[in-house]
Design a protein around this ligand. Structure first.
Ligand code: XMP
Length: 321
């Protein structure tokens, strides 16, 4: 079935929210639904929509998959609790790392995360709770890129011919599927989400595993997590669509304390974009970049080289995996 986009110009947030809430209620009936909150814009908006529609018949989980940013599970859960939405953190770190073990191909990593998430972690939660529906924040761009074969977005299932009811035992509800990012933010604002949530930068479903080239081991994820924390601090004053740090698979010869240090390299990307479909590198002040490099080489163990991406999307994509 062809999905028709609702453009920003055509979007009336009040009508949209009303229609989506009635649709969620109609689909779930008197039953229960679950949803996964990651704290990203899309999942935050879906969580608010779901709660408006279903109140305590929606159970919200934060899946701690071990590949989120520093302190993210607790921060996100506490922000939502303050908004009156109870969130349960599920520790699934071992399951995700076991699934990622030995994988370095980007699409295989994405597939492993998808399977762990939908088949195992959510399959179990749905079975335990008795819910029949999973609400999730798939957006128009996710569908577009997956269908075009650019990148398999972790949350695309039906459009690839996957019957979730048959395979995983629950039906997906995707209220944001006709919107792009700017539309989702506008709905988030209308739903009363604080700016720090609806204006947040995008963060991919495969999380930091999308920012480690090659195998995403716990050690390599830790490394990119530290680099990401530094980058987010140093670039907090830069106006950009999204910025990220990537750990490369290749090592390079460096020099530390007058001795050879065969170390890691981090690539920094920072993007200007409106909808992630195309993007250009932000012309960041060089002093800011130098300070990022200084801190990463001093504070992230084994990093000897930091580079800045100067390629646009296309040919690059925003994430490295
Ligand atoms: P790419 O790397 O395809 O990213 O140029 C486009 C935008 O999508 C985000 N992204 C994802 N979002 N699931 C998501 O929900 C995914 O699997 C995924 N992969 C990439 C990326 O951060 C960028 O904003």
């Amino acid at each position: 079935m062809k999905i028709e986009e609702i453009t920003l110009e055509k979007l009336n947030t009040e009508t949209f929210i009303e229609e989506q809430c009635s649709d969620i209620v109609r689909q779930v009936g008197q039953g229960l639904a679950v949803n996964a909150l990651s704290g990203g814009v899309d999942s935050s908006v879906v969580t608010m929509l779901g709660h408006r529609a279903l109140k305590d018949r929606l159970k919200t989980y934060f899946i701690d998959n071990g590949i989120m940013r520093k302190g993210e599970p607790e921060q996100v859960a506490s922000m939502f609790r303050k908004l009156g939405v109870p969130v349960e953190i599920v520790d699934a770190r071992e399951q995700f790392f076991a699934a990622l073990r030995g994988l370095s191909d980007p699409e295989e990593k994405r597939e492993a995360i998808t399977q762990t998430f939908y088949r195992h972690v959510f399959g179990d939660l749905v079975r335990k709770s008795g819910a029949k529906h999973l609400l999730q924040g798939t957006i128009f761009t996710d569908v577009e890129e997956t269908v075009a074969g650019v990148k398999r977005q972790h949350n695309i299932l039906a459009q690839l011919g996957i019957d979730t009811k048959e395979q995983f035992g629950y039906t997906l509800i995707e209220p944001l599927i006709r919107l792009r990012k700017p539309g989702v933010r506008k709905v988030g604002e209308a739903l009363g989400l604080p700016r720090e949530l609806f204006a947040r930068q995008p963060f991919p479903g495969p999380a930091l595993a999308a920012r480690v080239i090659g195998e995403a081991t716990p050690e390599r994820i830790d490394l990119v997590r530290e680099a990401t924390a530094i980058l987010e601090e140093e670039l907090s004053g830069v106006k950009a669509f999204q910025y990220l740090a990537i750990l490369h698979e290749d090592r390079v010869t460096g020099i530390r304390d007058g001795k050879r240090d065969y170390g890691h390299q981090i690539e920094v990307r920072c993007w200007d974009s409106t909808d992630a479909k195309t993007a250009i590198p932000t012309r960041i002040n060089f002093d800011v970049l130098e300070s990022v490099a200084r801190r990463m080489t001093a504070e992230v163990k084994g990093v000897v080289s930091v580079t800045y991406n100067i390629t646009s999307k296309p040919t690059s994509t925003i994430e490295a995996v």
